[in-house]
Write a protein that binds this ligand. Structure first.
Ligand SMILES: [Zn+2]
Length: 575
C-alpha cells in the first residue's frame, strides 16, 4: 500500500521558515513556505530560507500550496520558490494573499501561480488531497488550522494557534470542525510547539485592552506604540484607544503602513479617515493629542523606533515625559537589540512600558494547557510536534504521551526527516537533504556558506595579504609585500616589525628552491599559503584569513596585478 509521506523542509528544530511537504504517489502539496531571520553569527545575512532542491526535483508532482496565515515565517519563502518554479495554485486567507500580491507585483511573479482566497470551513482539492480551512485564533487576523483528508486518512495541521475564547475580531476558534474531524478519526496531528515551555493558558488578546486603556488614560504627552506590523488585532486596539482618548495617529515604517492599508481594504480593521495624520503633522498637534504607531519592536537597526531611541530620526525626537509602549516581546536572538532600544529611550526621558509582566503584550501561541486541549480535541493516532526548537518539540511530544498517545506513535523529527504513514502504521524512514539558503537582500542573492565562514574567520582573527612577484625560475623579483586588517599582534610587537618578520618568513619559504621550482603557479600559492598559515598559528596563536597573490613576470596583466595596486599604498599604517 502506498504510504503518505510527510516531510518538513523547515520549522522543526527552529523557530521560522515553516514549510511542510505532504506527498502521496504522484501528488504533492505544501503547507506554508516561510522564511527565518538569521542568527547573529550569520554575518551579513538578511533572511534564511529552506533548501528547496527537493521541491525542484519533484516540481511535476507539486499540485499546490495551502497557507495557514500571513506571517512571514509562513509565507515569506513563497516568492523565492516562485522564482525557481511555478506553483499551480495557492489557497489561503485573504489577508495573507493580499500581502503576497504586493510581493509578487514587486518581483514580477504574478504569472507564476494562481491565488485563491478561502473562507472558513471551505474545502478545496489539491491533487488527491482535500483541504478544509478551519478558523483558528492567533496573533494575525484570518488564521487557519487545516484538516487535510488524504487517501490514507485525516491529518490535521494546526498552523500557529492559541485558544483565544474572546478574540477581538469576534472570529472564534472553530473547535466544532476539529471535533468533527476527530469523529472521523484523526490519523496524524501536527501541532504548534512554540510555547510548550510555558505552563497554563495564553491570555486572550482582549486582556491587552485593559492595560492599553490604563496607559492611555495616564499619559500626559505623546504616546509611541510599537508592535509587529502583522499583529492586526493589536494595531486595531491601539487605534481604538487613540479614538477613545481623542488622539490622532501617525504611522511610521513601511511595513506598518502596508499592513494597515491592506487590512483596512480587506475589512480586517476600520477607522475614520480623519484619524491618521502624517509624520510631518505630528509636531503641529499638542503632545497629548498624538499617538505614533511604529515598527521597530525587535530593535531592528534601521527601524523607526530604533532611530528615534538613538536620536537619529529626522522628524521625531523623544521629549522627556513621552510614553513608549513596547507591545511585543523579543523573538529569541533579538533580546540584546531590544534591550538597547529600551535603555536609549529611558536615557532620553521616556516612560517605557515593556516586558511580559506589563500586560501590553500577549503571545499568539498556545501554552501547555492549550496544547493539551488541542490533543484532546483531535485525539490523533500519530502525533508530530512542529514549529519549535528541538527541546520544544521534545517537551510537546511528552505532552502528547501524557494525553494518551502511544509513545511509539509520537515522532520528534528534524527538517528533512520523512515520516511515512499508512492507515495502521507510521514510521520515520529515509532522510532528504534539508539545508538552508542564505539571502543578502540588498543584492537579492544567495550567499554561500563559505562566504559566511570567511566573514566569521575575518571577524575572529583578521586578514593578512601577502603579495609577491616572481620570475620564471620562481625567484623573487619584488616583494613580498604584507598587508593586514584587524589582526591582533603578539604583545609589544609594533606592526612594522611584525611585517618585516612575515616578509622574512615568506622569503625563507620561497628560498626552498628545490621544492618550489617544479611547482605551477597555483601549487606555489597553496604552498606559501599553507606554510604561512602554520607560521601565524605558531607565532601568534591565531588563524587569520591568509590571502596570497603570486604574480609572475611576463604574465598577462601583471602590471595590473594586486602587487602594483597594493604597492602604491606605500607605507600606509597596516593594522
Ligand atoms: Zn504565526
Amino acid at each position: 500500500m502506498t504510504a503518505l509521506k510527510v516531510i518538513p523542509l523547515g520549522g522543526l528544530g527552529e523557530i521560522g521558515k515553516n514549510t511542510m511537504v505532504i506527498a502521496y504517489g504522484d501528488d504533492m502539496m505544501l503547507v506554508d513556505a516561510g522564511l527565518a531571520f538569521p542568527s547573529e553569527d550569520m554575518l551579513g545575512v538578511d533572511i534564511v530560507l529552506p533548501d528547496i532542491n527537493f521541491l525542484l526535483e519533484n516540481r511535476d508532482k507539486l499540485k499546490g500550496l495551502a497557507i495557514t496565515h500571513g506571517h512571514e515565517d509562513h509565507i515569506g519563502g513563497i516568492p523565492y520558490i516562485l522564482k525557481e518554479m511555478p506553483i499551480p495554485v495557492i489557497y489561503g486567507p485573504a489577508l495573507a494573499l493580499g500581502l503576497l500580491e504586493g510581493k509578487f507585483k514587486e518581483a514580477g511573479l504574478q504569472d507564476r501561480t494562481t491565488l485563491r482566497s478561502v473562507k472558513p470551513r471551505q474545502r478545496v482539492k489539491i491533487g488527491c488531497f482535500e483541504v478544509e480551512f478551519v478558523r483558528c485564533t492567533h496573533s494575525i487576523a484570518d488564521s487557519f488550522s487545516l484538516i487535510i483528508r488524504t487517501p490514507v486518512g485525516v491529518i490535521i495541521h494546526t498552523g500557529d494557534f492559541k485558544f483565544d475564547f474572546t478574540p477581538v475580531d469576534g472570529e472564534q476558534f472553530d473547535i466544532a470542525s476539529l471535533a468533527n474531524a476527530a469523529e472521523e478519526g484523526v490519523l496524524l496531528l501536527m501541532s504548534d510547539s512554540t510555547n510548550t515551555e510555558r505552563p497554563g493558558f495564553t491570555p486572550s488578546e482582549k486582556t491587552v485592552w485593559n492595560k492599553l486603556n490604563e496607559v492611555f488614560a495616564n499619559a500626559r504627552q505623546r504616546i509611541i506604540v510599537t508592535t509587529f506590523a502583522s499583529n492586526v488585532h493589536r494595531v486595531r486596539q491601539v487605534l481604538t484607544a487613540a479614538m477613545k482618548y481623542n488622539r490622532k495617529v501617525a504611522i511610521l515604517g513601511r511595513s506598518m503602513l502596508n499592513f494597515a492599508n491592506i487590512s483596512r481594504e480587506l475589512g480586517y480593521m476600520s477607522f475614520p479617515d480623519g484619524l491618521l495624520i502624517s509624520v510631518d503633522q505630528v509636531n503641529d498637534y499638542p503632545p497629548d493629542w498624538v499617538v505614533i504607531l511604529t515598527t521597530g519592536s525587535q530593535g531592528e537597526p534601521m527601524s523607526a523606533l530604533t532611530r528615534i531611541a538613538n536620536d537619529e530620526h529626522k522628524r521625531i525626537k523623544i521629549v522627556p515625559g513621552d510614553t513608549v509602549i513596547i507591545s511585543a516581546t523579543p523573538i529569541p536572538g533579538n533580546e540584546r537589540s531590544v534591550a538597547n532600544t529600551i535603555n536609549a529611550l529611558f536615557l532620553r526621558g521616556a516612560n517605557v512600558v515593556y516586558g511580559r509582566e506589563s500586560g501590553v503584550h500577549v503571545s499568539g501561541h498556545a501554552c501547555r494547557e492549550e496544547q493539551k486541549l488541542m490533543l484532546n480535541i483531535c485525539k490523533p493516532k500519530y502525533f508530530m510536534p512542529i514549529h519549535g526548537e528541538y527541546r520544544m518539540l521534545v517537551r510537546h511530544a511528552e505532552l502528547g504521551v501524557e494525553c494518551g498517545i502511544e509513545p511509539d506513535n509520537v515522532f520528534v523529527m528534524e527538517n528533512g526527516d520523512v515520516l511515512e504513514v499508512t492507515k495502521d502504521k507510521a514510521s520515520q524512514t529515509e532522510r532528504i537533504k534539508a539545508g538552508v539558503i542564505l539571502i543578502d537582500q540588498n543584492r537579492e542573492w544567495q550567499l554561500d556558506e563559505d562566504i559566511i565562514e570567511q566573514r566569521r574567520h575575518i571577524a575572529d582573527d583578521g586578514l593578512i595579504t601577502v603579495v609577491v612577484l616572481l620570475d620564471d625560475a620562481h625567484k623573487i623579483v619584488a616583494g613580498p609585500d604584507v598587508y593586514m586588517r584587524g589582526v591582533i599582534l603578539p604583545r609589544g610587537l609594533p606592526a612594522e616589525e611584525f611585517i618585516i618578520k612575515v616578509q622574512e618568513e615568506a622569503k625563507r619559504i620561497l628560498s626552498n628552491t628545490k621544492v618550489i621550482e617544479k611547482m605551477n603557479g597555483q601549487d606555489l600559492t597553496d604552498f606559501l599559503h599553507g606554510a604561512l598559515s602554520c607560521y601565524f598559528e605558531n607565532e601568534m596563536n591565531s588563524e587569520p584569513l591568509v590571502l596570497i597573490h603570486c604574480n609572475f613576470v611576463g604574465d598577462e596583466g601583471a602590471s595590473k596585478s594586486p602587487l602594483s595596486q597594493t604597492r602604491s599604498l606605500g607605507t600606509e599604517k597596516r593594522d
